[in-house]
Design a protein around this ligand. Structure first.
Ligand SMILES: CC(C)(COP(=O)(O)OP(=O)(O)OC[C@H]1O[C@@H](n2cnc3c(N)ncnc32)[C@H](O)[C@@H]1OP(=O)(O)O)[C@@H](O)C(=O)NCCC(=O)NCCS
Length: 195
């Protein structure tokens, strides 16, 4: 059955979706629901490192619980489920016609480097496009190679490097894009450090 996006009530015919990671593990991608609360709490209790993406996920358990509830209420989060356990989370802050929405992706460390972050980002992009969002953006620490790579593969670009620790990456979703400003090639920014 197609899954609904609560904030605007639109349905995504492609959710839930199944994905097999590079270790052959079958993972279900679906919209977060209230029943996912405890499984999400478990993922974030184990999650390392905490606080890497704008202080998220929170280090404190109570703050994590509040954050997870708030996402469910105000945002459009996707979860990745393996064997009944949540192992990944992609968050779109807003979803709707002409909105500008922020993307953040979190993958449990036991499931990283197997393609799941890429799949979650691509699935979130598809949701944003289907909901007719205007712009997808992400704030990524400049040394976070994995996050930069998944954004680059989804088509995000860095339009201006202000030499801040966080880079703002953007992906306009208009169907007839305006001429692009000269971009910065994410692969060429010289000061990435492994994380
Ligand atoms: C960023 C994150 C979601 C990526 O998830 P993932 O499941 O490992 O991503 P993928 O397996 O799809 O890997 C994406 C690419 O990054 C590369 N990559 C992954 N980890 C890397 C690392 N530590 N260093 C360098 N490259 C890395 C992969 O090789 C892959 O490249 P490829 O497509 O050329 O093969 C995950 O590392 C994470 O949860 N980090 C902590 C939270 C965070 O920083 N989120 C970003 C907020 S936007």
């Amino acid at each position: 059955m197609a899954q609904a996006c609560r904030p605007i009530g639109c349905r995504f015919s492609f959710l839930p979706a199944e994905f097999t990671d590079r270790d052959g593990r079958r993972i279900l991608l679906k919209a977060q629901q209230s029943g996912d609360f405890f499984a999400l709490m478990r993922m974030y209790e184990e999650f390392e490192p905490k606080g890497l993406a704008q202080g998220l996920p929170p280090v404190d358990r109570q703050l994590t619980a509040r954050w997870v509830r708030q996402l469910e209420r105000d945002c459009f989060p996707l979860v990745a489920v393996h064997d009944g356990r949540i192992v990944g989370h992609a968050i779109l802050t807003e979803l709707g016609q002409d909105t500008s929405t922020e993307l953040a992706v979190f993958v449990h460390q036991a499931f990283r480097r197997r393609g799941l972050g890429t799949q979650l980002a691509q699935c979130a992009l598809r949701c944003a496009t289907t909901a007719h969002c205007r712009l997808l953006w992400a704030l990524v620490q400049r040394y976070n190679q994995a996050a930069l790579r998944i954004c680059h593969k989804a088509g995000f670009s860095l339009t201006e490097d202000l030499l801040e620790p966080d880079l703002e990456l953007r992906l306009p979703l208009t169907r007839t894009p305006a001429p692009a400003a000269p971009g910065v090639d994410l692969r060429l920014t010289p000061d990435y450090k492994p994380h």
